[in-house]
Design a protein around this ligand. Structure first.
Ligand code: ADE
Length: 395
């Protein structure tokens, strides 16, 4: 892969010679060229910027130096390359108004043979430079994030590092790429630990010392989901319902509505089973809040109203499903079935079976669970007046 950088601060890009990209250059994997944009200026002061047409604060980078740099570095495009868009060079303009840099984009850029980074400064680059580049190359305008840097050099460095480490033969351990945050799973990475086993009174989680690979994988998945829900809920793909509604992760602010829905649903259960000794009926607001931290809970809203919920938690290798509830006016509409499918789908890798319980006389629930492949297990211990149902996990 060949990488070129157009900048008025070439020293800013010196770190490219260090660390990972530097190693890739030494190994011949990368051909890297940093260019001082001022070499393509023609005036005595090597001017690269000017005042904006239409007025306004700041300066705009002039088109001519970029144009000449592109002529020298990219053009003229050979006919056979012009005919094959996939073989064209890619010009990356680093700008806060670009598309966000993501792992997906890094993976895409890692497939390119040639990338030219045009690092903007000041208020940006004359738009005609970008329009011109589109005629001779693939153009990507990329932002490092929703904040403004003084120039695009830091962004070019960050993008380079994200891309170069994906090149085949670059990383020593390819598996570490697969498992890290923003990889295929779409989840943030789980916490990691190394020796010593105890440090300043803090122990490494016991499960990691167990040697039980199934449990370890399940724990890691669970930690990833929790982290992602806490820090980046936007990454957890919501499950879309037939009516366009979504099953989404519950947040602490849902606790009050959950409690109200729970009381309504379990009042029905109390009547059906002729018993008030049902824990879900007696839980307080604080109990519901605490449970939200301990279970993976999902909710459905209709027109802003919380109308359904379900939760799951790993117990050994069983994915324990509970608190399936659908608002009385929406029962019988298929929402329960969808919630049940969803909570099974999000079970972590370590789950080899599903388990839930319901009232022995909750016929409607039992019918729903049986249709979903659950089987009553009278031989298994259950809370008073309840029956346990289980289902093996396949695949
Ligand atoms: N130049 C200035 N701010 C930037 C940002 N957020 N991303 C990419 N380039 C930039």
């Amino acid at each position: 892969m060949r990488l070129d950088y157009l900048t008025i601060f070439p020293d800013y890009l010196a770190p490219l010679r260090l660390s990972l990209p530097g190693k890739a250059v030494e190994s011949g994997l990368l051909d890297l060229h940093v260019h001082d944009l001022r070499q393509w200026t023609r005036d005595r002061h090597h001017t690269t910027d000017d005042t904006p047409y239409g007025g306004g604060a700041g300066m705009v980078m002039k088109p001519e130096p970029f144009g000449e740099a592109f002529d020298e570095l990219l053009g003229p495009v050979p006919e056979e390359v012009a005919q094959q868009p996939s073989r064209r060079a890619t010009v990356v303009f680093t700008t806060p108004s670009g598309e966000p840099m993501t792992q997906r984009l890094a993976e895409e850029l890692a497939t390119r043979e040639r990338i030219v980074f045009a690092c903007g400064r000041y208020e940006g680059i004359d738009q005609r430079v970008i329009d011109h580049a589109r005629e001779i190359a693939e153009v990507r305008e990329i932002s490092l994030g929703d904040y403004v840097l003084n120039g695009g050099e830091v962004a070019a460095l960050a993008i380079t590092e994200a891309v170069v480490r994906l090149l085949p033969g670059f990383m020593g351990n390819a598996a570490s790429i697969v498992e890290e945050s923003h990889s295929e799973s779409g989840l943030l990475e789980h916490p990691v630990y190394t020796k010593p086993r105890e440090w300043r009174g803090r122990e490494v989680p016991e499960v990691l010392l167990s040697g039980d690979h199934g449990r370890i994988a399940a724990w890691r998945h669970d930690q990833s989901v929790r982290r992602t829900a806490e820090r980046r809920p936007d990454l957890l793909a919501p499950s879309v319902l037939d009516d366009g509604g979504e099953i989404v992760r519950a947040v602490p602010a849902d606790a009050a509505e959950l409690l109200v829905l729970q009381r309504a649903c379990w009042a029905q259960e109390a009547l059906a089973n002729d018993s008030l000794a049902i824990p879900a009926l007696h839980e307080s607001y604080d109990d519901v809040r605490t449970a939200l931290a301990e279970w993976d809970t999902y909710v459905v809203r209709r027109a802003g109203r919380l109308v359904a919920a379900v939760r799951g938690r790993l117990d050994g290798t069983a994915w324990d499903i509970g608190r399936m509830m659908v608002a009385p006016d929406l029962q019988g509409t298929g929402l329960g079935r969808r919630l049940l499918a969803h909570i099974q789908a999000v079970a972590p890798a370590g789950a080899s079976s599903y388990v839930l319980f319901t009232g022995v006389r909750s016929e409607r629930n039992i019918r729903l669970y049986k249709r979903a492949g659950f089987r009553p297990r009278v031989e298994l211990p259950a809370p008073p007046g309840a029956i346990v149902l289980t289902k093996p996990r396949r695949g």
